[in-house]
Design a protein around this ligand. Structure first.
Ligand SMILES: Cc1cc2nc3c(=O)[nH]c(=O)nc-3n(C[C@H](O)[C@H](O)[C@H](O)COP(=O)(O)OP(=O)(O)OC[C@H]3O[C@@H](n4cnc5c(N)ncnc54)[C@H](O)[C@@H]3O)c2cc1C
Length: 415
């Protein structure tokens, strides 16, 4: 049986490892950090079949340009001299059409639904220590116009077989009787669920360690040795590692590591912020996306996480406090009864979403290098798509026909 090296210990790397070790492969994970923080930890923890519309969609460009003028806005592209950014932006613009969404949404729906089912299986297998709760997710609207649009999306969701409930103001309030809300209405997407992503990462790591997976932590991949069309060794700051096959799951660093192999990938880091409150009096009980507030809220019993924004500003961990203020103000505007204070700057978490130009992930072998599978670019859906991605990656490693059609996730689709 081949030895597989997974580069990147985020949720995509760990879930790929989970399915690979189940098939009997010996897996080593090389990770530059220590798997205690990063994008797969501080996110909102939604498993969202409801998100079948890709990020690149009609209206996002014009809305984004308006938002760029406001320091508290949820979307920002930092103008900079970067060929990669220009190419990415061009393809993002090109894919933000109704026709592309119509073409891509069924593919996104297929992988989302596959992942949702596999997530239940994974939870049953490794045990739920991560607060997974299947009560759906509320898409909450303050304005009638936004609610009408959300009701229209609910019609589309039903065509994909999703269960939805359209709720008026009073019906939303009845779901959260102990907290004052100020909304026009909501759609409850009943197939969605939520979990604590950091705790899920901890549980997965412990499970994989007990199964004999090797973790090579605090080790940065810096290059590769190639023999003919294959990678024969991985070069790191801690020495050289031989490998049979590689799964590249380096999140927002995917283009950087792929370039070391001679592969060009279009991907930008989309920074988001969150803050987690430890003990909230009269906490909300339903996870909620505040549609016209452009942020999200996730409760785990007394804990509450608020988060959002998409800042395309390169790979950095600078915190723009005003954007977190935008998130906090939205939360207070939708839930005036919520007793939370604005967090101190050092308590604001940030993470980098790996964003492709069309909002679909890359899950594919590459033409140039025979023994590499690429898995990444899941943008806002890395947790939602992690189990299906892990399964599909394993099928690619095995050269098996995939469970679903993965032609939309090809790495060369922008060439
Ligand atoms: C505010 C916010 C909220 C979100 N909410 C949700 C949500 O509710 N649901 C959802 O599905 N998704 C959500 N996401 C998106 C989700 O968090 C990401 O899609 C997901 O974490 C990406 O996982 P990944 O494994 O691809 O990348 P990462 O978690 O970034 O992992 C990649 C790993 O590769 C390592 N690496 C990189 N380069 C090297 C190298 N050279 N050598 C060794 N290791 C390397 C990195 O250190 C990193 O640990 C959210 C994101 C944000 C920011």
């Amino acid at each position: 049986m081949k030895n597989i090296t997974v580069i990147g210990g985020g949720v995509i790397g760990l879930c790929s490892t989970y399915y690979l070790q189940k098939e009997g492969y010996a897996v080593t994970i090389i990770e530059k950090g220590d798997i205690t923080n990063g994008c797969s930890f501080g996110n909102m923890g939604y498993i969202s079949p409801s998100h079948f519309i890709p990020l690149a969609s009609p209206g996002i460009i014009s809305q984004g340009l308006k938002w760029m003028l406001s320091p508290t806005s949820p979307f920002y592209i930092k103008p900079r001299m970067s060929r990669d950014l220009v190419q990415w932006g061009y393809h993002f613009w090109k894919n933000s059409t109704a026709a592309t969404v119509k073409k891509n949404a069924p593919h996104l729906n297929d992988i989302l639904q596959l992942s949702r089912g596999l997530m239940d299986d994974l939870r049953n297998d490794i045990g739920d220590t991560f607060h997974m709760e299947a009560k759906g997710c509320l898409m909450m609207c303050k304005q009638k116009k936004t609610l009408d649009h959300e009701f229209h999306l609910a019609d589309e969701a039903e065509k994909f077989g999703l269960k939805v409930e359209r709720l008026k103001k009073q019906e939303v309030q009845q779901l959260e009787p102990s907290i004052e809300m100020d909304v026009e209405g909501a759609v409850l997407f009943k197939d969605d669920c939520h979990l604590n992503p950091g705790k899920m990462m901890e549980a997965l790591k412990i499970y994989l360690e007990t199964k004999g997976v090797k973790f090579q932590l605090n080790t940065s991949v810096t290059g590769f040795e190639k023999h003919h069309n294959k990678i024969s060794a991985i070069i790191t700051d801690k020495g050289k590692f031989d490998c049979d096959e590689i799964v590249l799951a380096a999140g927002s660093w995917l283009p950087v590591v792929a370039k070391m192999m001679g592969i060009k990938l279009l991907l930008q880091a989309g920074k988001g912020y969150s803050h987690t409150y430890a003990n909230v009096e009269n906490n909300i009980t339903y996870p909620a996306i505040l549609i016209d507030g452009r942020c999200a809220m996730t409760p785990w019993e007394q804990q509450l996480r608020i988060g959002g924004t998409m800042e395309i500003s390169g790979i950095n961990d600078n915190i723009l406090v005003k954007r977190m203020k935008g998130i906090y103000d939205s939360a207070k505007a939708f839930y005036p009864g919520l007793k939370i204070d604005f967090p101190a700057t050092d308590k604001i978490w940030s993470g980098l979403r790996p964003v492709t130009p069309d909002g679909l992930p890359y899950i594919d072998r590459t033409a140039g290098v025979e023994n590499v599978v690429i898995a990444g670019g899941h943008a806002m859906l890395g947790v939602s798509l992690a189990t299906a991605t892990g399964k599909l990656v394993t099928e690619l490693v095995q050269h098996k026909k995939s469970k679903i059609d993965i032609s939309a996730f090809k790495v060369n689709r922008f060439s």
